[in-house]
Design a protein around this ligand. Structure first.
Ligand code: 5AD
Length: 451
């Protein structure tokens, strides 16, 4: 029985793809290996969004191949996902130990290709072709976080992106937008709920573009909101999340959905990228600072406790001190609960990589360092402000920070650690927040009330 180890780089979409490949292989009789050092098959699921993510995956593979050679082992080595897609056969040329390169439309073929490689019928396989319908081909779930049943699951609703932001490689790695049908997505969600899942996160590169070409607007509701309504109907499902939306796609129908659909939790990840209109235009984002702020205001009107997170790029080509200060002031104005900060990284074939005024690394580093302090400080205050409040959490399992304790998340997407046990798994609980740590809250078990 061959064993497989999968290491994932990058976003939640990648995590989901890895889980689906693992589930597919387990169904074919593979065992999940404890580490890359003992596995018969090692797969790296890669990210291309910044150069650093690619370099990490390349270094990891070189390291694994070197160790395997030294110990006389010959595991099957493969790259899959975004870098596999964008670099293709270059990868086997550069790293001769690599046997498999599996593109972003080919995850469902992993088992078939590994069979051929393990049986020695083929020596190397590189498949990065487009495949019609591949957006619906990934549906298997493992559902075994910490060897126990998972309470929260990701469901991929679409693939690809048509936005072509000038900094972004994703349209090249994930292809054009393709959506699954509402029935297909709902069917998968229903099955998950029947297996004990209580929270579902709908995933896509730009979920607000879901089904645009397939489902016309109905009663003022976009295809994505129609999908949310259909998932909301599922009995036994407690919470719905989604990521990532595009600010441009935040119509009033979606804002209203937070009021109408109680299972849709008050949490949104809204990537702003910059606070400067000039840069937003150069980035090809399709909204202004003012429009972004008005969406935030509307969301807070509907749900005052809305948890808000964002992505920000510092050091985009031509970013002046004044542009940077606009981003800082936007952060102060919005007070995000969490902001993911990225240093601009030129990506091949993107328009921004060819723009004039690429900034020196020191400038990018310095702005990144300063903004990180500001963002963390703002977030810390948000977390502090929750001390003393009683909040509902969904208990998910042993804490990732301390396995002796338990953790769950608030509806606004904050992690809460408390003294819990397996009997709490999957429970909605009210906890009083006693203390705030770095991006973590601590709830008091003495005042646990079960719903
Ligand atoms: N450089 C830096 N950050 C990037 N992102 C996307 N492309 C780049 C790039 N070339 C960031 C964006 C996006 C997040 C997933 O990664 O902020 O929202």
């Amino acid at each position: 029985m061959p064993s497989v180890f999968i290491k994932t780089f990058g976003c939640q979409m990648n995590e989901r793809d890895s889980e689906a490949v693992a589930a597919q292989l387990v169904a074919k009789g593979y065992a999940l290996a404890a580490s890359e050092h003992v596995a018969d098959v090692v797969l790296l699921n890669t990210c291309s969004v910044r150069d650093m993510a690619e370099q990490k995956a390349l270094a990891k593979m070189t390291h694994i191949a070197g160790l395997a050679r030294k110990s006389g082992r010959e595991p099957i080595l493969g790259f899959m996902g975004c870098m596999a897609q964008s670099r293709g056969k270059q990868l086997v040329e550069a790293l001769p130990d690599v046997d498999l390169v599996l593109g972003t439309q080919k995850f469902h073929r992993a088992a078939e290709y590994l069979d051929e490689l393990l049986a020695g019928r083929r020596d190397k396989i590189v498949d990065t072709d487009a495949e019609a319908g591949s957006q619906a081909a990934i549906r298997e779930h493992l559902l075994t976080g910490n060897d126990k049943k998972a309470i929260s699951a990701f469901v991929s609703i679409m693939q690809g992106c048509n936005q072509h932001c000038t900094f972004c490689i994703v349209p090249f790695t994930r292809g054009a937008e393709r959506s699954r049908t509402i029935e297909d997505v709902v069917g998968e969600c229903r099955e998950l709920v029947s297996r004990g899942v209580r929270e579902i996160t709908l995933l896509g590169q730009i979920v607000t573009s879901y089904g645009k070409r397939d489902y016309p607007v109905k009663d003022g509701r976009s295809a994505f909101v129609q999908l949310l309504e259909a998932v909301h109907e599922i009995e036994g499902l407690e919470r719905i999340r989604f990521t990532s939306p595009h600010p441009k796609g935040y119509g009033d129908d979606l804002v209203e959905a937070y009021r109408r659909l109680p299972k849709l939790v008050e949490s949104a990840h809204l990537p702003v990228q910059s606070g400067s209109d000039r840069l937003l235009k150069l980035m090809h984002r399709g909204y202004t600072r003012e429009r972004f702020l008005s969406i935030i205001e509307k969301l807070r009107q509907v749900q005052p406790g809305m948890g808000l997170s964002t992505d920000i790029i510092v050091g985009f080509p031509g970013e002046t001190e004044a542009d940077y200060e606009e981003t800082v002031s936007l952060c102060r104005e919005v007070e995000f609960d969490q902001a993911y900060l990225f240093k601009y990284s030129p990506r091949r074939d993107t328009p921004a990589a060819a723009m004039p005024d690429q900034l020196p690394e020191e400038v990018i580093e310095e702005r990144h360092r300063k903004l990180l302090v500001i963002i963390n400080d703002l977030a810390a205050r948000k977390y502090e402000a929750m001390v003393g409040q009683t909040v509902q959490i969904l208990a998910e399992g042993p804490s990732h920070r301390n396995a002796a304790r338990y953790e769950g998340r608030t509806r606004s997407n904050k992690i809460v650690i408390f003294d819990g046990s397996e009997r709490h798994r999957g429970q909605l609980m009210d906890l009083r927040i006693e203390r705030a740590g770095s991006f973590t809250l601590y709830g008091d078990p003495a005042v646990v009330g079960m719903e």
